[in-house]
Design a protein around this ligand. Structure first.
Ligand code: SAM
Length: 376
């Protein structure tokens, strides 16, 4: 590989227009399940393309969310590792990056046929406040489908079926929309549950068919990044490409709360460990920017121990508003990284599309985010 000076890499990066105004976050494989604050695929794509990533190394995303970095790495034939606390994030990432056996749609049809018969149900799951959000008839159909889906032995098929079910839960609930947490009356019946599920399965099958079939290995680790040991990362890392959670901005656990309850996970445990969750900023002894600094220090220490010498660490992050004050998260990361011995290669400001902003970012009138490129 041609050796590039730091100034050449910096020049290469600053020649790219990182705004990508035409980009879509929910096309092809990224349309199979909603996820808040997804990367636009061009960001990891152009970072992977432009950086001289050391040979025989893998890409790491320590906050992989819906796996956009992992898919981009796979498209370029690179191994990758994703870490995320949120089990729905990990399920999406797995389904996007692993092969889907040919029997998937037949298995989906078999699950629907059995669930439709409404065999003897032993009651719905013990989910808090379930009747407020799901009509009892709908609960029955979901329970019947889940029983069938969870009994499927082939792991990749079972995971894809669980993801299809997860993707329709807001639509068949009384929740107004993915981002509006009001209960409203909806005209949805039991047949719709099976119909929407079938359509979601077909969508997964179609997008998998269209995505690359030569799969390079991807390892997904479902846990708190701050509690992850370097030994859990199976390959030397040549580049980290990540968008860490913003303090007091998005609430991933809340967005997926009922999906997690239904699929047998514990959203409250996720909330406790979720970096930046608003809940931590509105309680006694609430979190401050100092907590974020310590969380990023923990993340950078993990990165430093798994990144090869000369490897890159790229962070995409905007500002937050904490108790009325705007906090420059990129500068927090840049300063901690400097203390830990990383070298700054470039810091680029890009515009955030209005449609991608969370309520909190819009409220704080935040229109840009930063791409920070560091080198070990
Ligand atoms: C900005 S999102 C990442 C989105 C991702 N780039 C994508 O394209 O979908 C930040 C992620 O950090 C995760 N997260 C928050 N706290 C975490 C923690 N302590 N350990 C691991 N992941 C965490 C959230 O679950 C969320 O998926």
């Amino acid at each position: 590989m041609k050796i590039l000076e730091n100034s050449d890499v910096s020049q290469l990066l600053s020649n790219i227009n990182w705004n990508f105004p035409q980009s879509k976050t929910s096309e092809g494989i990224h349309s199979i399940h909603p996820y808040p604050a997804k990367f636009i695929p061009e960001i990891p794509r152009y970072l992977i393309k432009s950086l001289p990533i050391p040979e025989d190394t893998a890409i790491l995303d320590p906050f992989c969310g819906s796996g956009v970095t992992l898919v981009e790495a796979q498209m370029r034939g690179l191994k990758s590792v994703g870490i995320d606390l949120n089990p729905i994030a990990c399920l999406i990432s797995k389904v996007k990056t692993q092969d889907l056996p040919a029997e998937f749609l037949n298995t989906a049809a078999h699950c629907v046929n059995f669930a439709r018969k409404g065999f003897e149900l032993t009651g719905t799951r013990d989910i808090p406040n379930i009747d407020h959000w799901f009509d009892p008839q709908i609960q029955q159909s979901v329970t019947a489908l889940l029983l069938m889906v969870n009994s499927i032995k082939e792991v990749a098929i079972r995971q894809a079926l669980r993801l299809a079910l997860s993707s329709i839960l807001v639509r068949i609930s009384k929740q107004e929309s993915d981002t509006r947490y009001a209960a409203i009356e909806k005209d949805v019946n039991q047949d719709d549950v099976f119909e929407f599920f079938t359509v979601a399965c077909r969508k997964i099958a179609k997008s998998k068919e269209q995505s690359s079939s030569a799969k390079t290995p991807v390892k997904i680790i479902e846990r708190d990044t701050l509690g992850t040991k370097p030994s859990a990362i199976p390959w030397p890392i040549g580049a980290v490409i990540t968008s860490p959670p913003y303090p007091n901005a998005y609430e991933y656990w809340l967005y997926h709360k009922y999906r997690m309850w239904w699929l047998g996970f514990d959203p409250i445990a996720v909330k406790e460990k979720e970096i930046g969750a608003r809940a931590h900023f509105f309680r006694k002894n609430h979190h401050t920017a100092q907590n974020f600094k310590e969380q990023m220090e923990g993340t950078l220490r993990l990165i430093r121990s798994v990144l090869v010498s000369g490897g890159y660490a790229c962070f995409v992050i905007g500002r937050s508003k904490i108790h009325g004050k705007i906090v420059d998260n990129a500068s927090i990361i840049e300063n901690v990284a400097g203390e830990l011995g990383f070298k700054k290669i470039e810091r680029i400001t890009r515009r955030i599309l209005a449609s991608r902003k969370s309520f909190n970012l819009s409220h704080a009138n935040i229109k840009t985010e930063e791409i920070l490129i560091l080198k070990k």
